[in-house]
Design a protein. Structure first.
Length: 141
């Protein structure tokens, strides 16, 4: 997993349309721009505590795909069911955190992979909570 630090240069403001786009049945679109949106400010709630990583593998599929860009905030306390970046015996992993009744585990979303039980003496550290998943949907230009 390659860790990337965000840069806070001049904001790039893009139009944010007031209408919502139907993901089901089509509806007429409007030409009304509500405001301008700075994507960097949207995805970084705490810039000094934020980093980016690219996902690798399919253990979090279909929610997170290999190559997806993950926005990770180190200032947020990881809670049950959060998707986290964790170091387990020195290896960085992206998994869902399970914390209930004295059990702490890292769970894959893909059922082909096994959970990692952290109560068995593995050395681990939570490196942050995934706050956004940026998926490159269109791969052609």
């Amino acid at each position: 997993m390659k860790v990337l630090q965000p840069t806070l240069s001049e904001p790039i403001l893009l139009p944010l349309y007031a209408c919502r786009v139907e993901a089901g049945f089509p509806s007429p679109a409007t030409d009304h721009i509500e405001t301008q949106l700075d994507l960097q400010r949207l995805v970084m709630r705490h810039p000094a505590a934020t980093y980016y990583v690219r996902a690798k593998g399919d253990s979090m599929s279909p929610r997170i795909g290999s190559g997806d860009l993950l926005v990770v905030d180190t200032s947020i306390k990881a809670l049950h069911n959060d998707i986290v970046i964790a170091s387990v015996n020195g290896e960085l992993l992206c998994k869902k955190l399970f914390k209930r009744e004295g059990i702490t585990s890292l769970l894959p979303i893909n059922p082909d992979y096994d959970p990692i039980d952290l109560t068995t003496g593995l050395e681990y550290e939570i490196w942050g909570v995934v706050t956004f998943i940026l998926d490159q949907t269109c791969t052609h230009s």
